[in-house]
Design a protein around this ligand. Structure first.
Ligand code: FAD
Length: 386
């Protein structure tokens, strides 16, 4: 049984505690029998289930409530809980939020009504298409071009590493419209998957299977009304979306780490070594203490960032970067210790800690590599000091 004492922390309201407990029970009941053999099919199934049972209502704003805001604490609690049960379920939930984040934060009422009702119900899958072959970390220099022609824009270029690429119904695409140099000349577009000129150039495979693709845009024409926000606002939109979703990546890492700790406690209790439980060995106790400390410290950073955003902070770049950097890095260490405590079983294909070992790695790379988070923290710390 995972430690739930953190739910008593003052970052949360009773509705958060109810949400976490309700989802935990739902996940225990519903996520056991999902076949992960076909990753695309598993993701579609998970999105449909999460939509059917109302969990995706937390992934976007409510299109019928004009003043609605994303609740970052709920997003984090959901990601932490799902990641603890099933990494692909967390991925499926996360992408419904990240893929529509620009609509939630900057979309028109029409854009919200057209797409959010579908993604919240689990009837449409969404994707966030920012990275390009030459611009992963260097996002201000993306090259995919959007050329205005009358009442339309024509998109030409490539995106890569796009989660849900190949199975998404709607892509949020960041493209160069040229109002200014670098970050000042980017705009955001909604591109339905069936738009002529949008193709899947390549499906990508990674250590922990997720749907991923490189996308090709060749004369891909969308109406001018497909733009989210104003021309030239794309970089600001992308950063605002990442500001909200970076703490949630940290929350997913926290969920993986908590699962690794739970599995390790169980193993240390039940495995007999030298005539006594593994737990009696003081070096194993030392590992477990380090793991518990990392988990709690990561949780404090995650829920501080989320609480700050929910309390009305306009930007939380420093706090979100600290949460992501620390939680993903320490989760890697916690999971590595879990593998060690499990001995040979820890590296056996299909064992839960072996899966966690593969799941955690990409989180230190996407939505801003760890080094990028350090740059953000250093710059903001300097700015705060002056
Ligand atoms: C599993 C997975 C899912 C992804 N999903 C999406 C998605 O849905 N949408 C999307 O748009 N993108 C997605 N990405 C892309 C991801 O955001 C990029 O991979 C990431 O931004 C790094 O870009 P890159 O791979 O081009 O590496 P590069 O930009 O070439 O960076 C390589 C390395 O250089 C170092 N580095 C980078 N910047 C700095 C710096 N300022 N200072 C010091 N060192 C630095 C880091 O160690 C970094 O890992 C995904 C990637 C993965 C692996």
């Amino acid at each position: 049984m995972a430690d739930r004492s953190f739910l008593d922390w003052p970052f949360f309201e009773d509705r958060h505690r109810d949400l976490a407990q309700g989802l935990d029970a739902w996940a225990a009941e519903n996520l056991q029998g999902i076949d992960h053999g076909d990753t695309d099919a598993a993701c579609r199934t998970l999105v449909a289930m999460l939509g059917r049972d109302g969990w995706l209502n937390h992934s976007t704003v409510d299109p019928d409530a004009p003043d609605a805001r994303l609740d970052v604490r709920s997003l984090c609690l959901i990601r932490e809980t799902l990641a603890r049960h099933d990494g692909l379920a967390d991925f499926a939930f996360a992408m419904q939020g990240l893929g529509t984040g620009a609509i939630s934060l900057f979309g028109t009422h029409e854009q919200k009504c057209e797409w959010l009702a579908l993604t919240r119900a689990g009837k449409a899958l969404s994707a966030f298409a920012l990275s390009e072959p030459k611009s992963g970390s260097d996002v201000a220099n993306i090259e995919l071009a959007a050329r205005r022609e009358g009442e339309t824009y024509v998109l030409d270029g490539e995106k890569t590493w796009i989660s849900n690429g190949g199975i998404a119904d709607i892509y949020t695409v960041f493209a160069r419209t040229g109002e200014g140099p670098a970050a000042k000349g980017i705009s955001t577009f909604l591109v339905p998957a069936n738009t002529p000129g949008l193709g899947i150039a390549e499906r990508l495979e990674v250590v922990a299977p997720h749907p991923l693709a490189r996308l090709a845009f060749e004369g891909c024409r969308v109406p001018a009304s497909a733009m989210i926000g104003k021309p030239g606002e794309g970089f600001r939109i992308a950063m605002s979306v990442l500001d909200v979703f970076r703490p949630t990546v940290a929350a997913a890492a926290l969920g993986f780490a908590r699962r690794a700790l739970d599995e390790s406690i169980e193993r240390a209790r039940t495995r007999e070594l030298f005539g006594a439980p593994l737990f009696d060995l003081q070096m194993v106790q030392g590992h477990l203490a380090d793991m518990a400390l990392d988990v709690d410290a990561a949780a404090l950073l995650v829920y501080r960032a989320a609480w700050l955003k929910d309390s009305g902070a306009l930007r939380i770049s420093r706090e979100a970067a600290m949460a992501k950097l620390f939680a993903t890095d320490r989760a890697q260490s916690v999971i590595d210790k879990a593998v060690q405590i499990h001995g040979g079983d820890g590296v056996r294909k299909g064992h839960i800690v072996e899966r966690l070992y593969r799941e955690i790695r990409a989180l230190r790379i996407y939505e801003g590599a760890s080094e990028v988070q350090k740059v953000i923290i250093a710059r903001q710390t300097l700015a705060n000091a002056s």
